[in-house]
Write a protein that binds this ligand. Structure first.
Ligand SMILES: *Cc1c(COP(=O)(O)O)cnc(C)c1O
Length: 488
């Protein structure tokens, strides 16, 4: 057999990489919706590698075979495009990562990269851990990071327990994130990164991204933003100087609710005081090829394609659900049993003006319905019941259409009481820091007609007028299965 030599494969790999790079540049010129629909999958890929299939393939395989030892050697030294083993890479993951990198980088003029993770929490851990490493020049120095407290409950636990308590990595808590001095005074030479959630879940915290990115960079630190609630359809923090974005793709991006997924998206050449040039040059690719290879938190091909399939409509969906949420917020504001409504889209929200500077429906100026830039504030809102914890539970228990679930971003409306669910573990004091009272109901509005959601909330609030709430269950499922509940 004629040996081809590794050089043969490396040259072919270089030609292919140039082709793909040019294809990405071509996609960058398209509008947001076109990128969301096509991503980096092309007609050429379909015809050459995927039997013409117009939809991206789900490669349910652990690994890839090679033509010979030369190709294997070139591949395993990362010198040709390869996916070798699905813990590290896989074609399905690759298309998922490609589209997210382009969406977060949309119209920023930046080169971006992305790594898919099995969950949002894995994305957060992957994004922060490379900065929490021993400084070889000063191995005994304590480490800290500066972050808001208005965080998703899981992130609060990861920071408070896994980092601060178990590893003695100090979490310096910013109580008033709109006050830039609150951040500045907490930074010292042992600080490794700044972190914030935007808007925060569920309390809709917000801060000035650009100001914070400038502060971070003036201290040679990266700014990491959890942009899950906004999605790239409403906000692209890289555009304002953020270095790294984490997404719980599970939420609005993966709206069908078929699975859990996450992603880390980064710009090239991030700012950091850690001496690791490879990490700084291309953070997400570094994660993919090294730490995440060794730690193994990456996404499965099945979830990657299911999520990618939902992402195609993210822009129009975020527009629809944002408008519906505003309608519901307006209704609640006037309701006699409501103490207050927290929605960034309401004029009287204390952070409305700030959020208005940042949250826009992408490409609305190119949408024939709007023809100008329009603000959209997403589908996460919360409201406080006039009453105690029990009254709040009674209203919550009376929802008939809105699902009681610790979830958000769904195509169906879901609600939760954060104090007894997502934010239960952090205790009374942690909840106070995060701004989560016992009478707060978090509602994430789906794509139903607003009239029907309002009707459901309205009838649930009637329990506060003394209406008895009773729900009846059928003995058989419509599909024929017996529920076994024949006790009546
Ligand atoms: C849900 C959520 C996470 C965690 O994501 P998972 O995919 O559930 O692991 C992180 N941040 C925010 C803002 C979230 O809403």
């Amino acid at each position: 057999m004629n040996k081809k030599g590794t050089d043969f494969y490396i040259k072919a790999g270089q030609r292919a990489m140039e082709w793909h790079k040019a294809n990405i540049e071509k996609m960058k010129k398209c509008r947001f919706d076109t990128i969301a629909v096509h991503g980096i999958y092309s007609m050429q890929e379909a015809l050459n590698f995927n039997q013409g299939s117009i939809i991206e393939p789900i490669y349910m395989s652990t690994s890839q075979t090679y033509r010979d030892s030369d190709e294997m050697e070139a591949a395993l030294s990362y010198q040709i495009p390869t996916w070798c083993y699905s813990r590290i890479a896989n074609p399905s993951m690759y298309y998922y990562e490609g589209v997210l990198a382009l969406l977060e980088g949309y119209k920023t003029g930046l080169d971006t990269s992305c790594i898919g993770t099995a969950s949002g929490m894995a994305a957060i851990q992957s994004a922060v851990d490379p900065f929490l490493v021993v400084d070889k020049k000063n191995p005994n120095a304590p480490m800290n990071f500066v972050s808001t407290c208005q965080l998703y409950g899981g992130t609060f636990q990861q920071f408070a327990i896994r980092k601060d308590q178990e590893k003695n990595i100090e979490w310096r808590k910013v109580l008033n994130p709109t006050d830039i001095n609150d951040w500045a005074t907490k930074i010292d030479k042992n600080t490794r990164f700044l972190y914030g959630e935007l808007p925060s879940n569920p309390s809709q915290g917000f801060f000035d991204i650009k100001m914070l990115a400038d502060l971070a960079h003036s201290h040679n630190l990266p700014l990491i933003i959890d942009s899950t609630v906004a999605t790239p359809a409403l906000l692209r923090p890289l555009n304002y100087g953020a270095d790294i974005i984490v997404q719980s793709v599970t939420k609005s991006l993966f709206t069908s609710g078929f699975g859990i997924a996450g992603a880390v998206i980064s710009r090239k050449n991030i700012t950091s005081n850690i001496e690791n040039d490879e990490m700084k040059a291309d953070f997400a690719t570094y994660l993919k090829l090294l730490p995440n290879r060794d730690n193994g938190p990456n996404i499965s091909p099945m979830n990657a394609i299911l999520a990618l399939n939902d992402m195609r409509t993210i822009r129009s969906r975020m527009d629809l659900v944002s408008r519906t949420t505003k309608t519901i917020a307006d209704f609640l504001v006037t309701h006699k049993h409501i103490e207050g409504v927290d929605y960034l889209g309401l004029n009287n929200h204390p952070l409305h003006e700030l959020a208005k500077k940042y949250l826009f429906l992408v490409d609305s100026e190119h949408d024939e319905m709007y023809k100008e830039k329009v603000n959209r504030y997403g589908h996460l809102m919360s409201f406080r019941i006039k009453g105690d914890a029990q009254a709040t539970r009674n209203v919550f228990d009376a929802f008939n259409r809105i699902y009681r679930a610790t979830d958000l971003g769904r195509i169906k409306s879901v609600a939760t009481i954060p104090a007894i669910s997502t934010h239960q573990q952090q205790g009374e004091e942690g909840r106070k820091l995060a701004g989560i009272p016992a009478n707060l109901i978090r509602l994430c509005v789906g794509a139903e007609h607003p009239d029907d959601i309002i009707e459901d909330i309205n009838q649930a609030l009637e329990v506060l007028d003394g209406k008895k709430y009773q729900v009846t269950f059928p003995e058989y499922s419509a599909g024929g299965a017996s529920s076994g509940n024949f006790e009546k």
